[in-house]
Write a protein that binds this ligand. Structure first.
Ligand SMILES: NC(=O)c1ccc[n+]([C@@H]2O[C@H](COP(=O)([O-])OP(=O)(O)OC[C@H]3O[C@@H](n4cnc5c(N)ncnc54)[C@H](OP(=O)(O)O)[C@@H]3O)[C@@H](O)[C@H]2O)c1
Length: 395
């Protein structure tokens, strides 16, 4: 059966465009009724079934939590490990790198309507990095698409690396249609694959481009809130003040973050709002920070003095601090999450080394109808309150 949004006469009438003529794309010229209201606003709510790939990651876990909380979705969570989220959903352990395993485990999921792709694997070699991340997406799409006749949407999680934020100073504020950097970049390959695969089909795709996603997930290598809070706990245990561990340029540059809950809500918005069909959106909290302003408040939150900025390579200098962390865990009765899984220091170096502004323009998402914003400092403190309550970090 074709996707409802393509066949419903209600959707093809009286579409309100919210004054966003600039947001009208080639795709929407072809399908004028696809722009405008959400399914809920347009008066018909079809039964939706979400397939979340990467359900134990910081993106997928928090999307899973969000969908469980809002209800109205059948949910299948995919990952090799079991997610720690409670609620009504099915978890299927699958290796997305293995096409035969995908077919065996997922080939019967004929009622999936929405795929949220947030699986990710880090690889040191660039070619391997691209191939592995594209292979996982292809294996999933090429398993589900032939059997799921009601497939409506595939959302792929990307990020500011689209603009080359990891390579050096880049044009800021970065806009969604900025020119690409010299590949390889697996985001480009995943997006080009989806756009090509989508041609002539009833389903649409979208992509979010967040930065420094903040939330909780065990074993998540890219998690700024864990880097800062574990670094603070270890500094405190060693009787030290909280020194910003990055470069001078990093301390004063403008920086942005994305709350994982806000991101989950944005993903659902993109996947269910016809105007977002085949579009990518920068998704951040909507404000900017400079560590030089925020750092003293962070020190204060952890009951510490803010020390002088002192650059260290976190990957090297924190590598031997496992025993200190174990002492902290025992002293404060924390969850026994292994040191190697609770934090990734190379990710900390990735955050605290660049001495240039990291800014995305989030105007497009607002013009298309996503208006949420979050105060980044409040977000840090709220998340750390939650981590403290869950006995992940010391109170
Ligand atoms: N974290 C950030 O700050 C950030 C910022 C901007 C953009 N992004 C983008 O967001 C996306 C998701 O990143 P993330 O930080 O959420 O990643 P993550 O926390 O490392 O999670 C990766 C997920 O992929 C799953 N996975 C990996 N290999 C798999 C395999 N072979 N089969 C099945 N599942 C597999 C993992 O589950 P199992 O290990 O349990 O199988 C896990 O659930 C990435 O594209 C990333 O570039 C992240």
């Amino acid at each position: 059966m074709p996707a409802m949004r393509r066949t419903c006469s209600t959707c093809h009438n009286g579409v309100e465009q919210d004054g966003e003529s600039a947001g009208k794309t080639d795709f929407q010229e072809m399908f004028p009724g696809a722009a405008g209201k959400t399914e809920v606003e347009s008066g018909h709510v079809a039964k939706k079934k979400a397939l979340i790939a990467g359900a134990t990651g910081v993106v997928g876990r928090n999307l899973l939590k969000h969908l469980v909380e809002i209800g109205g979705w059948d949910i299948v969570a995919l990952s090799r490990r079991r997610p720690d989220v409670t609620g009504p959903y099915e978890h299927i352990a699958v290796d997305l790198m293995d096409p035969a395993n995908c077919k065996a485990q997922l080939g019967a999921l004929s009622d999936v309507t929405h795929i949220f792709f947030a699986a990710y694997v880090e690889k040191p070699d660039l070619t391997d990095w691209v191939n592995s991340n594209v292979t996982m997406l292809r294996n999933l799409v090429e398993t589900i698409e032939p059997v799921a006749g009601g497939l409506q949407h595939i959302h792929a999680m990307h990020g500011t690396k689209w603009y080359g934020s990891h390579l050096g100073p880049f044009k800021t504020p970065a806009r969604e249609n900025d020119t690409r950097h010299m590949p390889p970049n697996f985001y480009y390959d995943q997006w080009d694959y989806l756009v090509e695969q989508q041609k002539g089909k009833d389903w649409t795709c979208s992509s979010a481009r967040p930065h420094a996603i903040s939330g909780f997930a065990v074993g998540n290598p890219m998690n700024l809130t864990m880097v800062i809070s574990v670094y603070a706990a270890i500094s405190k245990e060693l009787g030290m003040p909280l020194c910003h561990p990055g470069t001078a340029g990093n301390y004063s540059a403008l920086y942005q973050c994305t709350d994982s809950g806000l991101l989950a809500r944005a993903m659902v918005w993109m996947a269910t709002t016809p105007a977002c069909a085949n579009e990518a959106f920068n998704i951040t909290n909507g404000d900017l920070i400079r560590w030089e302003n925020t750092w003293p408040k962070i020190a204060d939150y952890f009951g510490m003095e803010a020390g002088p900025r002192r650059q260290i390579n976190l990957a090297k200098y924190m590598a031997d601090k496992g025993p200190v962390w174990e002492r902290i865990v025992a002293k404060h009765g924390l969850q026994p999450i292994p040191y190697q899984q609770i934090v990734s220091w190379p990710y900390g170096d990735h955050v605290f080394t660049p001495g240039y502004d990291i800014i995305s323009d989030t105007g497009k998402a607002r013009r298309f109808g996503f208006h949420e914003s979050i105060d980044t400092e409040d977000m840090f403190f709220r998340l750390w309150d939650q981590f403290r309550e869950a006995k992940i970090i010391p109170a």
